[in-house]
Design a protein around this ligand. Structure first.
Ligand SMILES: C[C@](O)(C(=O)O)[C@H](CC(=O)O)C(=O)O
Ligand SMILES: [Mg+2]
Length: 301
């Protein structure tokens, strides 16, 4: 009932343990708190909170328009709804290294288990688009040192994302990743790797967990969990996947109403009322207050 029962410190400790196991953790992006429930219900290992999704949700492109307050608010709403660890996209950290420090403490207070800070210049853009620019090494390392020093819970995972692959190539990406680890990064998110061989090279370049971003319509092929776990990738994110699926379904429904004058042809694809209520744990509100609960599955199909 209401929110998840696992507190943020426990989730962070569990996330660290799972990562240390070396197994591949599957982490889809939640586009709202309810979808975080679904991700947990389907047996996934964590919930990703995507900057691209938060912007798109507001009807905005992912070009650094969202504020720390907006990202922290959404992070709290999503994180508290699940017992799974949550990993949030903190973009460039919302400013200079001192802003990065404040970002880390604010997101820690929001209950996330980890966050990633990237080395793009401000304003950032989607990592799979052309024309990106990255900051110099000194600035990139300062962001990570500031992030690491700012956390109060040592289990809060500080992940460094580098976007340098698309700008200066794989060797530059491996060099930067090593430096980011030396600066204190707990994990590496190598953005826009071209193929599996590049992920493997990155895997061998650093001895901390690495993340693979399986975003659709981007620069990386969509590798399977078997392919990724075989080369030792630790986390796979599907950042915008559920939003794209839900929006695709919404378009088809609107088209059906336009074409047929009724949504009847797509009702079979919809989540049923019963399933929604199951996810909402409607029934347990009954024991709290029977005057509120009046739903039984019997009357619905
Ligand atoms: C992972 C990512 O940073 C995100 O915000 O979800 C994006 C995803 C996307 O735009 O497809 C990214 O830059 O890869
Ligand atoms: Mg992003």
């Amino acid at each position: 009932m209401l929110y998840a029962s696992t507190d943020p410190a426990t989730k962070r400790a569990q996330f660290r343990e799972r990562l240390a196991s070396g197994e591949l953790l599957r982490v889809p992006g939640a586009f709202n708190p309810l979808s975080a429930r679904l991700i947990q219900d389907k047996g996934f290992d964590g919930v990703y909170i995507s900057g691209a999704v938060i912007s798109a949700d507001l009807g905005l492109p992912d070009i650094g328009l969202t504020t720390l307050t907006e990202v922290a608010g959404r992070s709290q709403q999503i994180s508290r709804m699940t017992d799974l660890p949550s990993l949030v996209d903190a973009d460039t950290g919302f400013g200079e290294p001192m802003n990065v420090a404040r970002t880390v403490q604010t997101l820690e207070d929001a209950g996330v288990s980890g966050l990633h800070i990237e080395d793009q210049v401000n304003p950032k853009r989607c990592g799979h688009l052309d024309g990106k620019a990255v900051v110099d090494t000194d600035t990139a390392l300062k962001r990570i040192r500031a992030a690491v020093d700012a956390r109060r819970d040592p289990n809060l995972l500080i992940m460094a994302r580098t976007d340098i692959r698309a700008v200066d190539g794989l060797d530059a990406a491996m060099d930067r990743a090593k430096q980011l680890v030396d600066a204190g990064a707990d994990a590496i998110f190598p953005e826009a790797m071209k193929d599996l061989g590049e992920f493997e090279a990155m895997r061998n370049a650093v001895d901390v967990p690495i993340l693979a971003n399986m975003t659709e319509f981007g620069k990386s092929e969509l590798f399977t969990t078997t392919q990724l776990s075989n080369i030792g990738v630790n986390i796979v994110i599907y950042p915008v996947t559920l939003l794209r699926s839900a929006m695709g379904a919404a378009e088809r429904t609107l088209d059906a109403i336009n074409a047929d004058g009724t949504q009847q042809s797509v009702v079979g694809e919809m989540q049923t009322r019963a399933r929604l209520y199951e996810l909402l744990d409607y029934e347990s509100y009954n024991s709290f207050d029977s005057s509120v609960f009046n739903f039984t599955l019997d009357n619905h199909f």
